[in-house]
Design a protein around this ligand. Structure first.
Ligand code: WQD
Length: 324
């Protein structure tokens, strides 16, 4: 049987490149579509076809979709929460218009299945934890709003057309492929662990810990850090389920387990064997004290479970990149 063809939009990015790796390892034929704005050439795999293109180029997408893909994975988006509040126009354009272009090109060319990268940011401040998929949706950022609107759009398309989706709501993605095959670091990182790594390697003088008076055991925020290879595995499982004819779904991807900022610092210190320079700073606007996923639905529907449960091991896969 010929290999099934998957189009990974945003496949040169941090999560996208790990998804491409997992798909190739599971015998899919992969085409990457990426404009290399944040994605990087060093993240491309020789075994995957690469098309340089922009999701705002609707005509190009229409052409690309004619290649008979069994499914699309869409990870091409702007994703910095703070930036989305300062420049919502950029997020409306890239995330909303870009997604509309992709969905329309799919429907127009009879590409029926999509795995969409959504986010825990659709929930806003949790009313309870762990957060399951029934939790009320109340994004606190424009970024989260864009992802929620795309989920709603996909829901409509799935009712109106022969169109099927699995929306994966990521919690905090961390780590790198354990075999060292993916090396691209994000430029100007905004997330905690890449910033901690910059401090560890001397690129940055110190980490600012945003708030230490939260109602958590050590006063710092608790998040659900999930290894990017676990995220990638879930995409493969989601594609398999879509190709098997499962109804459209929305699924959290997390570990059911929370780690505080100070615990991340302590774990990094254990891994690298020296202290991380940090100071306490004021709270960051919009940060909930604690958000942790319930991943029961992912386990049930995708028959998936995270392989990485130890935060030191997760951080080690990131640190390995720095000591190569
Ligand atoms: C983690 C913790 C910060 C930087 C975001 C999105 C979410 C998902 C993951 C994709 C928080 C603290 C951070 C720093 C700090 N993304 N921190 N000093 O905000 O939990 O989640 O990325 O869709 O949707 O909202 O991730 O890595 O920015 O922060 O103290 O310099 O680290 O306050 O408690 P966040 P993060």
């Amino acid at each position: 049987m010929p290999l099934q063809k998957i189009l990974v939009i945003g496949g040169a990015g941090y999560i996208g490149s790990h998804v491409v790796k997992a798909l190739l390892e599971n015998d899919f034929a992969v085409t990457v579509y990426d404009n290399l704005s944040t994605g990087q050439k060093c993240n491309l795999f020789a075994a995957a076809e690469f098309i340089e293109g922009d999701i705002l180029d609707a005509l190009h997408l229409e052409q690309v979709m004619k290649n008979g893909f069994a499914a699309v994975v869409h990870l091409a988006a702007k994703k910095a929460v703070g930036e989305s509040m300062e420049n919502p126009q950029l997020y409306a354009l890239n995330n909303l218009i870009g997604a509309i272009n992709i969905l329309n090109a799919m429907v127009n060319n009879n590409v029926k299945n999509i795995v969409f990268s959504s986010t825990a940011a659709v929930y806003g401040t949790p009313q309870y934890v762990p957060v399951d998929e029934q939790h009320p949706l109340n994004p606190m950022s424009f970024y989260g709003f864009t992802k929620l609107k795309i989920e709603e759009l996909m829901q409509w398309y799935s009712q109106l057309k022969d169109f099927h989706y699995i929306s994966l709501r990521y919690f905090n993605a961390v780590g790198y492929a354990a075999d060292g095959s993916i090396t691209g670091r994000e430029k100007n990182p905004q997330n905690l662990l890449p910033i901690v790594m910059e401090v560890a390697t001397g690129k940055r003088e110190k980490l600012q810990v945003f708030g230490h008076d939260y109602a958590t055991p050590d006063g710092t925020c608790i998040r659900d850090y999930i290894h990017v290879e676990d995220l990638a595995d879930a995409h493969v499982a989601a594609i398999r389920q879509l190709l098997a004819g499962i109804p459209s779904q929305t699924i959290n991807l997390g570990t059911n387990h929370g780690t505080s900022v100070l615990e991340i610092i302590a774990a990094t210190e254990r891994v690298i064997g020296r202290p991380i320079n940090y100071e306490f700073a004021p709270r960051r606007a919009g940060d909930p004290a604690i958000i942790v996923a319930s991943n029961n639905k992912a386990r049930r529907i995708l028959n998936w479970q995270p392989r990485y449960l130890n935060i030191d091991n997760i951080i080690q896969t990131t640190w390995n990149l720095e000591i190569k």
